[in-house]
Design a protein around this ligand. Structure first.
Ligand code: ADP
Ligand code: ASP
Ligand code: MG
Length: 422
């Protein structure tokens, strides 16, 4: 008998019929003698619907007061699906109880709409498990030290599940979703993408941080920090498939490099359409210039991703960086108001129609020429690279958004990531 955490995403919880299927699957695990904690997301589309309602009333950019209310609103989606799942489990003849984040409690900091979990009290949950109940805990939400409801950022139910698994020292955390594992790239963009049986934790961390939304990055960070065994698998297999077959399916995130079966140099390709680029042209090239430009951006709590400063000509240089697209207008305005007057830039240009495409693989550590192969593939497709960043196990390029799918497909093919034919 083991303590297992299941997480079901929005599509898996998307209708009463699907919730019934989730309950049947959970019941199968419970009847096999396991202790079950289940973390559901809101029903698909519900979080967008709720946030859309708020936006109709206040289209302005986020203030601290608004962010608090957004959390009040968005967190209800998970509360509904948790209650429904508990009822469905009871209808299956199990004892089940659901808790909102604040009832557990799952404690977080005060950063509304992107809060971080600081602690999880396991007493209540353990007592229920000991009494033979299945415990359902809302994904995506927690409570701050003042008792305010917080949410963990989009996709945050993954993080709730892994954090709950870490707190309970669960034997495994199973992330049930609408694809049957982690693929070499998003199978919705490249149909030839291949499912990976295993992926190393480091690669998964890079893939998630570079835009693969199959797992929220913070869930992978938690799994790494607390060594939570983590598996991504399908909720769309028949609920009554053999339990041991189900337990081996999907993709396992591994912590040891040599556990990795597939020794490809590049394991996956990630992409991100959520960024925008800002360039200051002809700024005076002197010590402190990067700080003059990015200091005010950091003070405004805006995350900067890629940064490039060119060599200078006649004491002047060009400086470009990317931010999240949601922060684009705010950053441009800030630069115009605060930065331009002191840097004396000749021009300011912005481009929200960019994307970042990245190749990821621990094999890149020990192989040379991987980045140059990437550049050559893109040049053969006539795609201009605007920015480049690299780390030990990834190379990312910023390109025009309209070439994103072309770039991902070409790279996927060139690095031999496709399904073997037949
Ligand atoms: P859930 O609602 O279950 O949390 P998400 O939509 O958040 O599901 O994540 C699953 C989706 O992630 C898939 O439907 C797929 O389109 C997308 N995805 C992006 N990159 C990958 C990848 N490398 N492997 C698998 N799925 C991916
Ligand atoms: N419901 C939240 C969202 O749509 C959290 C999640 O699904 O993980 O972002
Ligand atoms: Mg998700």
């Amino acid at each position: 008998m083991a303590l297992i955490v299941h997480k079901y995403g929005g599509t898996s919880m998307g209708s009463v019929e699907r919730i019934r299927n989730v309950a049947k699957r959970v019941a199968k695990w419970s009847r096999a003698g396991h202790q079950l904690v289940v973390v559901p997301s809101a029903m698909s589309g519900e979080t967008n619907r709720l946030l859309g309602l708020a936006k109709e009333l206040s289209p302005v950019s986020t203030t601290a007061e608004l962010a608090r209310e957004l959390d009040m609103i968005a967190s209800t989606g998970e509360q509904v699906s948790s209650g429904l799942l508990a009822i469905a489990l009871q209808a299956e003849g199990l004892q089940a109880v659901s808790y909102a984040g604040w009832q557990v409690p799952i404690s977080t900091d005060t950063a509304h709409t992107k809060a971080r979990i600081s602690a999880i009290d396991d007493k209540r949950v353990r007592a229920d498990l000991a009494a033979g109940r299945v415990v359902v805990i809302t994904g995506f939400q927690g409570v701050d030290p003042q008792g305010n409801i917080t949410t963990l950022g989009r996709g945050g139910s993954d993080t709730s599940a892994v954090a709950v698994a870490a707190a309970l020292k669960a034997a495994e955390c199973l992330i049930y979703t609408d694809v049957d594992g982690v693929y070499t790239t998003d199978p919705r963009v490249v149909p030839e993408a291949r499912r990976l049986q295993t992926i190393t934790f480091e690669e998964m961390l890079e893939m998630a941080s570079l835009g693969s939304k199959v797992l929220q990055i913070r869930s992978v960070e938690f799994a790494g920090k607390y060594r939570v065994p983590l598996r991504v698998l399908s909720s769309f297999t028949p609920w009554d498939i053999d339990l041991s077959e189900e337990a081996r399916s999907g993709t396992l995130i591994t912590f040891e490099e040599d556990e990795k079966m597939e020794q490809a140099i590049v394991s996956g390709i990630a992409f991100n359409r959520d960024e925008a680029k800002i360039s200051l042209l002809g700024v005076t090239d002197k010590p402190g210039i990067a700080y003059q430009i990015l200091g005010p951006v950091a003070d405004a709590n805006i995350d900067v991703d890629v940064i490039i400063q060119n060599v200078s000509h006649a004491g002047r240089t060009d400086f470009s960086f990317t931010v999240h697209r949601n922060d684009y207008a705010r950053t441009l305005e800030l630069i115009k108001r605060v930065v331009l007057p002191v840097t004396g830039a000749a021009d300011l240009v912005g481009d929200a129609k960019i994307c970042k495409v990245s190749i990821v693989g621990i094999g890149m550590r020990s192989h040379v020429g991987v980045a140059s192969k990437m550049f050559s593939v893109l040049s053969q497709e006539g795609i201009n690279i605007q920015m480049i960043t690299t780390s030990e196990i990834k190379t990312s390029v910023v390109i025009d958004e309209k070439y994103m799918e072309l770039a991902v497909r070409a790279l996927h093919k060139a690095f031999d990531l496709e399904q073997p034919a037949g």
